[in-house]
Write a protein that binds this ligand. Structure first.
Ligand code: ADP
Ligand code: MG
Length: 490
């Protein structure tokens, strides 16, 4: 459409994507936001309801302090300004799973505004910079179940009143891939903060994506549509990509994007209109008369600030600098706070951070995957892994025996030294014993020996394998190589 700006390498008529996310995050509290009902997932339908969350006449909401603290913690981590006074407002609409006829949220005076989040790009470089418009608190609605009974909708109100924060970005994202990276890293921050379990399958983290396009070089925002309620990274990325294509095609044909709400159909891989602006709601927000303004004491905010953990981006940078690890290692090791903690405790017991990283990223993570364990469930205490690494580095056991040793520690709960001692696993360097294995193998394979001497150098590996096997992995490989070379030269 419009000509690109001078110097731009974009072809004429190219479009730029503009994306802003609204992320709903369930706070990690046992109780609902305004009553004492449990927030446990998976309980029998409608087991956790009371007059407050059902909106029965005369019932009064009482704010959950823990939820407020978690919301403040999140807002601080995203660099927001926390407002001393915020106001809970009623967002009025009718829906079968909303018994009160309104949702308590915050509109004009939210908990926090004006934050900032920089996505970490590849190789430790900075990625997209995203301004956070606001973080406010609200309660969740119930759940309508359309697949439970034939031709009928069931309503489960256990979710009603569950504490959420909504984290709203400015329209600063420019591609589906960046949006996905942003979302993944936001989730990681929330997990580090312990603000939410972020379980996307259980709906603890849900995303509305606002999408528009504009000609490259234009400063004006195009008309946006909103794809509602997605709960997977790939869903968000695919839905946005799909919607961008739809809008670009429409505009390229001279059409206009209509402001509307869309639903992402994961199965068909398409977006479908839900409602248009014309029929959209006027929520008639007004301050909830049952709730006084939320006033936060500065001392409380400062206490929460002082208790903030190190955030993932800082930790990644520190792993690169303090331990000299490659960006890739730093990214993998900080993928969860528990894994990063584990690694740091292992490093404390060995002098080579890269070795510690290799062991955690290799055998430890392989076992986590194999057993479907979370990092916090890994049963080998960090000093024990550090001891295994020391035994390998000091040459007491080979790397492969070290890996087996780690498995045996998990199976038996015994210490690495006990197992090495008890099973005689220590690497053999005794010249006489090593020669015994080497001679045995060479004597048993005269043909291969002559082929080797005739120039088939790759048979060296074959002999190595057999000798290591004969020694049940205990022969010091370096010594075997030396002996083998000496003997085959003759
Ligand atoms: P609404 O009034 O429809 O809720 P808002 O202006 O409050 O819209 O913004 C809601 C979300 O939509 C925010 O995350 C914001 O960044 C994003 N957004 C706003 N305008 C656009 C646009 N033109 N294109 C893409 N995203 C947008
Ligand atoms: Mg919106």
């Amino acid at each position: 459409m419009s000509a690109p700006r001078g110097g731009s390498s974009e072809p004429a008529g190219a479009w730029e994507a503009v994306i802003g996310l609204e992320i709903h995050v369930q706070l990690r509290t046992d109780r609902k936001l305004f009553c004492a009902d449990s927030t446990r997932f998976g309980d029998a339908p409608n087991a956790n309801v009371c007059p407050v969350c059902l909106g029965l006449p005369g019932a009064l909401p009482v704010l959950n302090r823990e939820a407020v603290e978690l919301a403040v913690r999140a807002a601080l981590a995203f660099g927001c300004e926390i407002h001393e006074t915020s106001i809970f407002a009623r967002k009025n609409y009718f829906y079968p799973d909303l018994p009160k006829g309104y949702q308590i949220s915050q509109l004009e005076r939210p908990l926090a505004t004006g934050g900032q989040f920089t996505v970490d790009g590849r190789d430790g470089k900075a990625g997209a910079a995203v301004r956070i418009r606001r973080i406010h608190m609200e309660e969740d609605a119930g759940k309508s179940l359309h697949d439970r009974f034939p031709r009928a909708t069931a309503v489960d109100l256990n979710r009603t009143g569950t504490p959420l924060i909504e984290l709203v970005s400015e329209p600063d994202l420019r591609s589906p891939e960046d949006t996905r990276a942003y979302l993944q890293q936001v989730k990681q921050v929330l997990e580090y903060l312990d603000v939410s379990d972020c379980n996307m399958e259980e709906g603890s983290l849900r995303v509305d994506a606002n999408v528009s396009v504009r000609p490259v070089g234009s400063e004006e925002l195009g008309t946006k549509t909103e794809v509602k309620n997605m709960n997977s990274f790939s869903g968000v990325e695919r839905a946005i990509r799909c919607e961008l294509v739809r809008q670009q095609e429409l505009l390229s044909r001279g059409g206009r994007v209509e402001h509307m709400t869309l639903l992402w159909d994961e199965v068909r891989g398409e977006v479908r209109p839900m409602r248009t602006k014309e029929e959209s709601h006027d929520y008639r927000y007004f301050p909830d008369p049952d709730l006084p303004p939320l006033v936060l004491l500065p001392a409380m905010v400062e206490r929460i600030r002082s208790e903030l953990p190190e955030l993932p981006a800082n930790r990644r940078a520190r792993f690169r600098e303090e331990y000299g690890l490659p960006a890739y290692d730093s990214e993998v090791l900080t993928s969860s706070r528990a894994l990063a903690d584990y690694f740091e405790e292992v490093v404390g017991g060995v002098d080579d951070a890269k070795q510690a990283s290799n062991w955690v990223m290799g055998p430890v993570m392989a076992t986590l995957k194999e057993r479907a364990w979370a990092p916090e469930e890994y049963p080998v205490p960090p000093p024990t892994l550090a001891r295994v690494i020391q035994l390998v580095q000091g040459g007491t056991v080979s790397t492969s025996v070290g890996r087996d040793l780690l498995k045996k520690v998990i199976e038996t709960g015994r210490s690495p030294d006990e197992i090495v001692e008890g099973e005689g696993l220590a690497q053999v360097r005794d010249e006489g014993q090593l020669e015994g294995w080497v001679d045995e193998i060479l004597a048993a394979h005269p043909d291969e020996v002559s082929r080797f001497k005739g120039g088939e150098a790759k048979l060296q590996g074959y002999f190595m394998g057999l000798i290591m096997k004969a020694s049940r992995g205990k022969a010091d490989p370096g010594e075997v190589v030396r002996l083998l070379a000496a003997k085959l030269r003759r």
